[in-house]
Design a protein around this ligand. Structure first.
Ligand code: GAL
Length: 365
């Protein structure tokens, strides 16, 4: 490590990698494997063009979480315009987990097909034998086709006549009274449920889960993954129906499951939310905005999540109940300049709290 090695987190400032280039791993997720952390994220390019995938998923490695080595592109977009992951598709919020049974590193991400806006709403999977890749793209799909969630109600299973009414209807991804009333879950029963903003979570018993904004972003779905982590097992729940949560991030601490999410306002920031549950399957209880304090660089506080949006909760290896909340500061006009806010989580009075710090280090845990 060089003399100038970093020893602190400095939220919402330039975060240089080992080549002194601002880290390019937005909407990221972090894997800890064999003593190293691997940070996967969306590689963005300059300008508005950077909101589409031109390069792929970037990966960095670190031993200490402060200093990151550029490990290159883990998953490359395809030059074949007919590929699901063609250049100018949308590849967002990549997350990687390791499957000890198959010995494969498994990447999931949110995929939108080139030129189709956010209509595809698919989950996509790629695998590799090494954490840094290269990852081989496998397939993309809607989740849980032909399965009702564990907590489905009879009222959710509407008849064909009701479904016909919304057959060719288009819904926006933000709160709307139309989406509120539409039987989206039943509409997507046969071909699979929508999956946009997503994360992965591996529990202490080795079971893995996919958590995503589904039903036109109106409802979060938590799905158990199959044993090989390459698909969903068909077991899932809906949580906070029609409450419009996205940007889900999840962790386990003090024996409970904690969720951070956001409202649905596209790249523009909004107020973060949090929730807790004794079981991953719920019931989940909403706890409100976990953020406190002001980001001095843009003067934004909890009402706009310091200008950011959640993407991941990172458990610190070797420390009990030590979790870092990770947010992106999106800059859609010049996507590559997007910033990162990493802040320690404190668990107080059965709540989750995230307090702004200009600088901090792991000794807080
Ligand atoms: C946000 C979402 C991002 C991205 C963006 C596109 O709401 O969290 O991951 O999809 O919308 O507008």
């Amino acid at each position: 490590m060089s003399e100038s090695a970093r020893t602190q987190f400095i939220p919402d400032r330039n975060w240089p990698d080992d080549k002194e280039v601002h880290i390019n791993a937005h909407g990221g997720g972090i894997l800890f494997h064999n003593g190293s952390y691997y940070w996967f994220g969306e590689h963005k390019i300059e300008g508005k063009a950077g909101n589409l995938a031109h390069v792929g998923v970037h990966v960095y490695s670190s031993k200490d979480l402060y200093n990151w080595k550029d490990e290159g592109i883990a998953l490359k977009v395809s030059d074949d315009p007919t590929s699901d992951i063609a250049k100018e598709s949308v590849i967002e919020r990549p997350k990687v987990i390791y499957n000890p049974k198959t010995k494969k590193f498994v990447m999931w991400f949110h995929l939108e097909l080139k030129g189709k806006g956010y209509d595809a709403a698919r989950a996509a999977v790629a695998i590799s034998d090494k954490p840094t890749g290269p990852y081989e793209y496998l397939r993309s799909f809607r989740l849980n086709a032909g399965h009702w969630p564990l907590n489905v109600t009879e009222a959710d299973k509407v008849n064909q006549e009701e479904l016909d009414k919304i057959k060719s209807k288009k819904f926006g991804g933000s709160p709307s009274s139309e989406t509120m009333q539409a039987p989206i879950l039943a509409r997507d029963f046969q071909n699979g449920q929508m999956s946009r903003d997503m994360t992965l979570f591996v529990d202490e018993d080795g079971k893995a889960y996919h958590i995503c904004a589904s039903e036109e972003n109106s409802t979060l779905h938590i799905s158990e993954l199959s044993e090989d982590f390459l698909s969903s097992s068909g077991k899932y729940v809906r949580i906070f129906p029609r409450r419009w949560n996205e940007a889900p991030a999840i962790c386990k601490a003090h024996g409970k499951y904690w969720l951070i999410s956001s409202d649905c306002t596209g790249w523009a920031p909004n107020a973060a939310r949090s929730a807790v549950a004794e079981s991953i399957w719920g019931p989940w209880k909403e706890l409100g905005n976990p953020c406190e304090g002001i980001n001095p660089h843009n003067k934004l506080g909890p009402e706009l999540t310091y200008g950011g949006q959640s993407t991941y909760i990172l458990p610190v290896n070797g420390k009990k109940n030590a979790c870092i909340a990770i947010f992106d500061i999106w800059r859609p006009e010049d996507a590559i300049t997007g910033g990162y806010v990493w802040l320690p989580i404190s668990f107080e009075d059965d709540k989750i709290k995230i307090k702004w710090q200009d600088k901090w280090d792991l000794s807080v845990f």
